[in-house]
Every structure is written in C-alpha cells, then in structure tokens.
Design a protein around this ligand. Structure first.
Ligand code: C5P
Length: 328
C-alpha cells in the first residue's frame, strides 16, 4: 500500500535526519572555528525561510509545475481562508515558546538531565493523542511507551565522570527553574504536535500548504525573537555573522527536519515519531562513538538501547490481529 510505504519512508528519513543533525551539531561544536559564533536566533529564521521555500516548491510540483495553479492555490488556501490560516498560529506560537523554554532549561540544567527529562514528552504526546484524536492504545502499547521512555532516559544517562563537575555548579533554585521549563516544554511538544496532526488529518489540504502556513507564523515569531534577543548584534555585524559551511549544513538539516516531521505526522503519527527519534538517539551515539570517539558507551547505555528496541517491537505487537482468529 502506498500510504504504508510513505509511513515507513517518512519514519526512516526522520531517523536519518535526526541522526545527521545531532552528529553535525556535535562535529561543529568540537571543531568550532575561530571568529564570532553564529546567532542561534538567526539560524531559526533562516531555517524557517528554507522550509517555506521548499514547501512552495513541493506545492508547485504537486500542481504539475504550473505557476498559475501555484498562485491560485496559495491565494485560495492562505489569503482567502484567514481563519484556517490563523489556526496554524497556535502550534507555531507554541513551538516558538517551546524553543525558548528549552533554551531556559538548557541554561539551568546540565545537558543530560535536560535530555532525560525531556523524554517525558513521549507520554504527554500519547495522552494528547488519546484525548484530542480519540486514539486508543492497548495495554501493551502503554507499557511499551513506558519502556521507551525509560530506555531513552538510560541511553542519555551521563556516565559518572562526565556528569559530576557540571552538576555541582547548579543551585537547587536553578534546577527547579530548569525542570519546570522542561516539563512545560513536554506538555507543549505533545500538544502542538497532536494539534498539527489533528489539522492535517481533519482536512484534505496538502501537508505542504499547511507547513507554509505554519512556517509563515514561525518566521514572524522568529524575526521578533531575533530582534529581541540579538537586535544589537544583528545591527552591528548582520544576521549572517559567523556562518560557515557547517552552520549552513546545520540550518539546512533543521529545515529538512521540519519537512520530515510534517510528513511523519501526516503519514504516520506523533507517537511513532517518538520511536523514530529515540532510535536515532541510539544511532547517533553509536556513530559518534565510532567516528568522533567523543563518547564512551557504558553498560547503562546498552541496557537503555535494548529497552528502546524492545519497546519498538512491543508497540507493534498488539496492533496486529491474530493471523487466523477462527483458530484462536
Ligand atoms: O520536541 P518536538 O518533537 O516537539 O520538536 C518538534 C520540532 O519540530 C519543533 O522545533 C518545531 O518547530 C518543528 N516542527 C516543524 N514543522 C512542523 C512540525 C514541527 O518545523 N510541521
């Protein structure tokens, strides 16, 4: 079936994209060139622009490369349906808030605590899928989500030596602020993802048109963010200061991520997206160990990896009806 193929293709591309993004970011951090660092707020804006351009191209392709058809679909669906377009301001605003919350979280927590706690979004996503989309999960599926969460948490558990110095520097107060920010981000991640899924699955409109609508708001929010945080620096040295080939690669991979996530939400769902990103965390850690040698996987890592893989199989287990029910 074509839709099943698209489902697994989109999930596979997501694993590839997340893995390469993590590796490129890690590589860019270890091999940081001299000179000014690029502005993260500018990277967000550039990624939104790339995403919108790519989606416009995809809509153009969907309409047999006709400029007239492209023009009319964009007018009809975006300009002439302001209420439908405004609906996308909700997930877009929440994603912007989320990206900022994660920044607050990272500044108050060590990276490992942050990543481990953020895995709670697997559960919030499932809860929102059940409450907002009426999805039903069996006992094995709930169990597998718990196993997945525990598995990813273990995979990201810091080894003793790596964690100790960083943890000491944080006060209880900043831990509290950081954990609260992550917990709110978990809720916003679950809600925004499922809300976008609801919009996609309740209408026949192309996922790329929806993504243009989402990206337009993202661009506006992102520009505000850039001017608010880094306005001074942008005026001084421009928004592309510190950009190099690796920066462009990271930005392009981030833009690709937005496209792939949209495809995954359309053809698969938010819960399966959680499995794909968990698997890619394992993959990027292993590749980073073999190629960059900047990580030494511990036995806790391997236990976590086994749990994530087991959870992936367990999740699919109940979904399949027995081969021959009459014999059962
Ligand atoms: O952590 P979480 O899975 O919620 O992150 C999703 C990310 O994907 C957000 O940063 C959001 O901006 C991005 N996204 C996107 N396009 C979509 C859906 C999500 O760029 N259609």
């Amino acid at each position: 079936m074509a839709s099943a193929r698209l489902k697994y293709l989109s999930l596979g591309v997501l694993v590839f994209q997340t893995t390469s993004l993590v590796l490129t970011m890690r590589y860019s951090r270890t091999l940081q060139a001299e000179g000014p660092r690029y502005l993260a707020s500018s990277a967000v804006v550039v990624a939104e622009v790339m995403k919108i351009l790519a989606c416009v191209l995809l809509v153009f392709k969907e309409h047999s490369y006709s400029i007239r058809a492209l023009n009319s679909i964009l007018r009809q669906e975006i300009l002439h349906k302001p209420i439908e377009t405004l609906k996308l301001a909700i997930p877009s605003g929440i994603y912007t808030l989320q990206n900022n919350l994660l920044y607050v979280a990272l500044s108050n927590l060590d990276a490992a605590t942050y990543q481990v706690t953020y895995q709670l979004k697997i559960l919030t996503t499932a809860l929102f899928s059940v409450s907002m989309l009426g999805r039903r999960l069996g006992v094995y599926q709930w169990l597998s989500l718990l196993v997945l969460m525990a598995g990813v948490a273990l995979v990201q558990w810091p080894s003793e030596s790596a964690a100790a110095p960083e943890k000491e520097a944080r006060s209880a107060g900043s831990q509290f602020v950081g954990v609260t920010a992550v917990l709110v981000a978990c809720c916003s991640s679950g809600f925004a993802g499922v809300y976008f899924e609801k919009i996609l699955k309740e209408s026949k409109q192309s996922v790329w048109v929806r993504n243009i609508q989402l990206g337009m708001f993202g661009l506006v929010f992102g520009l505000f963010g850039m001017l608010a945080y880094d306005g001074e620096r942008v005026r001084e040295s421009g928004m592309f200061q510190g950009y190099n080939t690796i920066t462009w690669t990271v930005v392009a991979l981030q833009a690709l991520g937005g496209l792939v996530i949209a495809a995954v939400i359309k053809y698969a769902d938010n819960i399966l997206k959680g499995f794909a990103t968990s698997l890619s965390i394992i993959l990027s850690t292993l590749i980073s160990y073999f190629l960059l040698q900047d990580f030494d996987p511990s036995s806790v890592f391997f236990l976590g990896a086994v749990l994530v893989i087991a959870a992936t199989f367990l999740y699919g287990y109940e979904g399949k009806p027995p081969a021959n029910p009459s014999r059962a």
